[in-house]
Design a protein. Structure first.
Length: 200
């Protein structure tokens, strides 16, 4: 998969039925707090530069309109079950509410090395290392059309809000941008630096 080690999912995981053909790929993880028995993996353990790195995907419940288990409870359960077999734990918390993301980060501060938020498509400027050593940012942003409404065509998006009528979203055209975040850890797995990426 183009040199990618792992891809995390979110609330659109089941948006296309084709996903069921490849959701069990070990490089793809869907939110771990979907009900027991749902296909796919909620976390994975990967080896990189002689380190065992766990990547956990969780989805929030505030304003998300999805039926899931409690991400705090499930997240802590997974972390506790794997902490002795991995060197680094990374969590993608896919959630709408900033308060839920921030509370979650404090809940697992010191238990995960890195926690980053996704879903809102807008990169936040609040990257920090929390009191107990966990690196955190509320949202790493999006990769997609620069001149858009979170990736969607501006005219269609505005029409939805002005008229309150359903309007089919379509991906905007034009120049693109890439958002992301680099978390630099030392040989003891402690965070040295957090660097936001905004590439046009």
């Amino acid at each position: 998969m183009l040199g990618v080690d792992v891809i995390t999912m979110g609330n659109h995981t089941w948006g296309k039925k084709d996903i069921f053909c490849f959701i069990n790929n070990k490089k793809i993880i869907r939110p771990a707090n979907y009900p027991e028995g749902v296909v796919g993996n909620g976390y994975g353990i990967y080896e990189c530069q002689d380190k065992k790195i766990a990547v956990i995907n969780l989805i929030g419940r505030t304003n998300m309109n999805v039926l899931t288990e409690n991400p705090f409870v499930i997240g802590e359960k997974i972390v506790n079950s794997i902490k002795d077999e991995v060197d680094i734990i990374v969590v993608d918390f896919h959630a709408e509410a900033t308060a839920e993301k921030i509370a979650f980060a404090h809940f697992l501060d010191g238990k995960a090395n890195v926690i980053f938020g996704t879903h809102t498509h807008v990169q936040t400027a609040d990257e920090k290392v929390l009191e107990n050593g966990t690196a955190y940012i509320t949202d790493i942003g999006m990769t997609g059309p620069k001149n858009s409404v979170i990736g969607m065509d501006i005219e269609a998006s505005v029409k939805r809000f002005v008229t309150t009528l359903p309007e089919k979203y379509k991906v905007a055209k034009g120049d693109t941008m890439l958002n992301g975040c680099i978390f630099d850890l030392d040989e003891n797995n402690k965070v040295k630096e957090i660097k936001r990426l905004y590439i046009e």
